[in-house]
Design a protein around this ligand. Structure first.
Ligand SMILES: [Zn+2]
Length: 463
């Protein structure tokens, strides 16, 4: 062989060798967080709802991924209603001690309304006795230790695997702004019924199925612990694929509900609601199974992690004199919110005018851009970002980090109503977001996608 050809052959061999060696390391772990004593249930305000039974266990699940010579990333999914800033800070600190960077840790909650209250999540919703508070504190400590355990477990489980991506479709979500009852103002209702799926395999063994959907987990609202429709879907998938861990990611379901829903305290209504939730879970599981039967797109073993954020501005709040004047006539959650505002005036000299809004972007080369937003994002964020960065190569999820508030789009803000206007007090915010909320978020997502990790080959790149 001529020296020039020899050089070329060596180069090609080197390239081929590098390509065949490049792969993913993947690890999974799960931890049961079903309460073991009576605890107050989360998600709905009003009188404390002490749980009286468990329909099926609830879980924390973690997927650790790392390309050979690439950064470690861990996705943790939770059958919880959400996390608070305080919870996120502690979980992040524990994860950092295990070598997980902030950008590499996505904490998603299914927004399950049939789980226990933890720490100070939605703290204005509840008024507990000392005994109920103590039960919450014991449960919260267990949840912290299980977060640490699943993150450690997934990292310890890292081993060679392949990742692939596909999308299915499930008709469970209905836009709840359209479906409000008679006598209420209704709006045209968009939904995102896509079911994005990431699959991890080691040879023939299916190790993890990560699937997402944009819909509130509010098919149920009784006195039992369960994972709602998302819990049923995970159960169903783990029965169908016994070697795999199924992880549910809540996407942008801020303004979507599974409908119809059945409510009522009698045993008949309770059983009917449970059957309905199980059926929604089966529909979603079936969408995932169908996706798995079609050819999936392999994800190249390349990963870039970006963490950023923006500040969301709030409209002015009520003056202190008006709060003091109105609070004696109030009760329940609104009264607690107003008293909270009065305390802020007294201790901080005013009401905070903006909130922190963290955003993460994980890029799997040109094949997939995974955008993790904070709070109860409405459907427009999913639809707009997929339209901008590629319907087949973009996964947008909300309900990461702290629960924060509803995150309305400009459209939802202008329509008015619960998501974005009247719901803001519940989260302790002085007023609705300013009209530029959507623009601030989209601009920061764009900066994270274009800035730190420019597209390597089109596809997912910012067209
Ligand atoms: Zn919600």
């Amino acid at each position: 062989m001529k020296p020039g050809l020899m050089w070329l052959a060596c180069l090609l061999a080197g390239v081929l060798l590098t390509d065949t060696r490049a792969g993913w390391q993947v690890g999974v772990a799960k931890a049961d967080i079903t309460p073991t004593e009576p605890v107050p249930l989360a998600g709905y305000s009003g009188a404390a709802r002490m749980h009286v039974r468990t329909d099926h266990p609830i879980w924390l699940k973690a997927l650790a991924i790392r390309p050979d010579d690439g950064p470690l990333a861990v996705l943790v999914t939770a059958d919880l209603v959400g996390l608070s800033t305080r919870m996120v800070e502690r979980i992040v600190r524990d994860a950092a001690a295990r070598g997980v960077s902030r950008a590499g840790l996505v904490l998603n909650s299914s927004h399950n309304h049939s789980c226990p209250v933890t720490e100070d999540v939605l703290w204005l919703y509840y008024e507990f006795t000392a005994e109920q508070t103590a039960a919450c504190e014991r449960y919260t400590e267990r949840v912290y230790s299980q977060y640490d355990a699943v993150i450690a477990g997934a990292i310890a489980d890292l081993g060679p695997a392949e990742l692939s991506f596909g999308q299915g479709l499930a008709g469970v979500a209905v836009n709840r702004r359209r479906a409000r009852g008679p006598g209420t103002r209704q709006f045209g209702g968009q939904v995102d019924q896509d079911v994005p799926v990431i699959v991890a395999r080691s040879g023939d063994k299916l190790r993890a199925v990560v699937f997402g959907y944009s819909c509130h987990t509010t098919a149920l609202g009784g006195l039992s612990v369960n994972g709602d429709y998302a819990g049923f879907a995970q159960l169903e998938l783990e029965e169908r694929y016994p070697e795999a861990v199924a992880l549910f990611v809540q996407n942008c379901g801020g303004d979507a509900n599974p409908l119809p829903r059945i409510r009522g305290n009698d045993p008949g209504a309770d059983a009917a609601a449970l059957a309905l939730a199980a059926n929604y879970g089966r529909i979603l599981a079936e969408a995932v199974s169908q996706t798995l039967t079609a050819p999936l797109r392999p994800l190249p073993a390349t990963l870039s992690l970006a963490m950023g954020g923006t500040k969301l501005a709030l409209e002015p709040g009520l003056p202190l004199e008006e709060l003091r004047e109105r609070v004696p006539q109030m009760s329940g959650l609104p009264k607690r919110a107003f008293n909270h505002f009065i305390r802020q005036y007294e201790t901080e000299g005013g009401l905070p005018g903006e909130v922190e809004y963290p955003i993460q972007v994980w890029r799997f080369g040109p094949e997939l851009t995974f955008i993790a937003l904070t709070g109860e994002t409405v459907v427009d964020y999913s639809l707009q970002l997929k339209a901008r960065y590629g319907w087949e190569s973009t996964w947008v999820c909300g309900y990461n980090n702290d629960l924060l508030s509803y995150i309305p789009s400009r459209r939802v803000l202008r329509e008015g109503g619960y998501e974005g206007i009247t719901g803001m007090y519940e989260y302790g915010h002085r007023a609705p977001y300013t009209d530029d909320v959507e623009q601030r978020i989209l601009t920061e997502v764009d900066r994270l996608i274009r800035g730190p990790a420019p597209p390597s080959g089109g596809g997912a790149g910012g067209q």
